[in-house]
Design a protein. Sequence first.
Length: 374
Amino acid sequence: MIYLDNAATTKMDSRVLEAMLPYLSESYLNPSAFYQGAVKIRMQVEGARRSIAEKLGVPSDTIFFTSGGTESDNWAIRLAAQLQCEKGKHIITSAIEHPAVLNTFKYLQENGYDVTYVGVDRTGRIDITQLKEAIREDTVLISIMHANNELGTIEPIEEIGRIAHEKGILFHTDAVQTFGHIPIDVEACNIDLMSVSGHKLYGPKGVGFLYIRDRRSFGRLLFGGSQEKGLRPGTENVPGIIGLSKAVEIAYDRLEQDITNVSALRDLFAAEIKKAISGVCINGDNEHHLPGTVNVTFPNISGEALLIALDQSGICASAGSACSAGAIEPSHVLIACGLTPEEAERTLRFSIGRNNTQEEILKTISVLKTICRV
Ligand code: PLP
């Protein structure tokens, strides 16, 4: 199998599995329990939190473990809006967010909030002028993703964070596609809330975290016990948390190396596909893009037919995001960029990761060339 769908999920690093195994067997005690063995587990969880916080350069009491990106997005957006409803009910996001963000905004819209969806240019970059114009006296939240999961386009979050803070508006960013892949400076970007998921960075599924800059002014999505300082109740996913922290440690250790290697493979893919198939169009921003994501519109062949043919050759890619796979509608992201539904239908995402090789890229191009010639 040639796996070119790393934006959907990544293969867990074997060192992550090794770190998790004891917590799936003998180290099973509930971290909230009184006895010494449980206290040890609690200390391991706190060690994981500290280790992640250090990588981000933030205090460890700003990291709250969750079940992943979807929960973190829901929690951040719902609570940021609801806790400020006295101040205002206008909230801003972009047209290209992940469904975890878009559907939370939709829920709030159905419950009395006024939502502005800021547009993007052809490359998927946020229209900053439109964003500034959208801000009102009663705007209480701006949620813009760090990088888009379909295009790989990186958004100008430093500028967006500055604009938000100048106006006293909370800023949330979905960093599910970026944390552990490119550097993030939460201070410089004025990020108040940030969502992260473990399985996108060679860690386990079903675990992630929400960074909350100021927990004193924040609330809970779930109700229950006193775990995570009472803000995110439920017995901790100890193996997941330990695995996540190990994955983050590995990602930060090899961040520069991964960026260099994966970018080189992406450049190779982009150059070779243009040579091999005339009329292909690479979408997204040429300069501001994730190291491994390439979004390609093919001439005269449907994305679905391509995906099936690629699958028959053992190559995994994706049409739109994994979460909307199976849906027949064209990708909302590509439509927001100005592609026609017909162009969107001829578009695939290839997402390269640290385990891919040059041979795999060249083999994929050669298979694509053969499919497109038929
Ligand atoms: N946000 C983005 C940008 C994503 O790409 C994804 C997953 O595809 C999510 C959120 C959801 O994360 P999770 O799968 O951890 O719930």
